[in-house]
Design a protein around this ligand. Sequence first.
Ligand code: SF4
Length: 375
Amino acid sequence: MQRHKTREVRCGKLVIGGDHPIWVQSLTTTKTADVEATRTEIRSMLDAGCEIVRVAVFDQADAQALGAVKSFLGDLPLVADIHFNYKFALTAIEQGAEKVRLNPGNIAGLSGEFGTLGRERVKIVAEAARRKGVCMRVGVNSGSIEKDLLEKHGYPKPECMVESALRHVEWLERCGFRDLVVSIKSTNTQWMIENYRLWAKASDVPTHLGVTEAGLPGYGTLKSAIGIGSLLCDGIGDTIRVSLTGEKALEVRAAFDILKACGRRVLSPELVACPECGRIAIDLKKVVNEVRERIRDVTIPIRISLLGCAVNGPGEAAEADLGIAGERGQGILFKKGRLVRRIKEADMVDELEKEVRAMAAERDAAAAPITVRHQ
Ligand code: SF4
């Protein structure tokens, strides 16, 4: 699976694009000026593994608070999400944000046009960003498309969204600013996929992927998995966010699961389990749940296959690093596709955990890179 070639853009200590990892981002829900509440929410996002933290900047108080938020984050990149007022972007840059997300269509001053005034304001932000080594995400969405493009295309269909994003990128590049990332999100999953596919044909600017307002965990996660996952499988996408209503740690975990399922970035073991049927020979649900909890801290990209019976066991376990196929009251342990021994059902979880930890220790000893399988 070839990754779409994009330019490299520095974002604080991280580099976005090129062959660099696809980073996971999330957005706080607090009023940013409430620094304590914002820090508390960020802590839960970081515990889940979030790598780029975005906060909303609704007014000058939020923009002024970014310095305090940034000091808590250390060297993890902070993104300031700006709407409408370019002066907030200037304050955010002064306060230490490593990236500003703005929509030039909105910065124009709600006129629905990207005219002289809007262009000048965007240029002022770009110049301030360049002086501080700050990158910028041009975030186009269906609500911010310029009037003339809406008239031309009739409605904000993918061609219209991409034309708007290209127009903004072109202006920023004419201003001499190239440290850009683009997002062209949509709540419509099919359009979202089409937006980014068209973009990838037209530009080398890295992309931030997401399905806007995906909804509650469950259906929202599924929509995001289809939208983001389809593009990742095409090789498109340099940062991702799963936009869910609710606890932010959930969207961070969902993002890592999508990366893992697409084979784009595998940072933990993948548990493969059969759906069970009438041939089931062990309490598979119990084993799978217990194994998952026991190895939460393990960070090697191995595949563990757990199958309820031996019907498909040997064949399917051949693809896994470790596997168990149930027999009546016991299980057959496979390692790298070879039958190793039989284990009593009661000992299965302990034995599997031991094997996983032994593999992790072997990798550590060999000092093999353990974080990225396919990049
Ligand atoms: S592995 Fe065995 S128990 Fe599981 S679904 Fe397949 S046949 Fe059924």
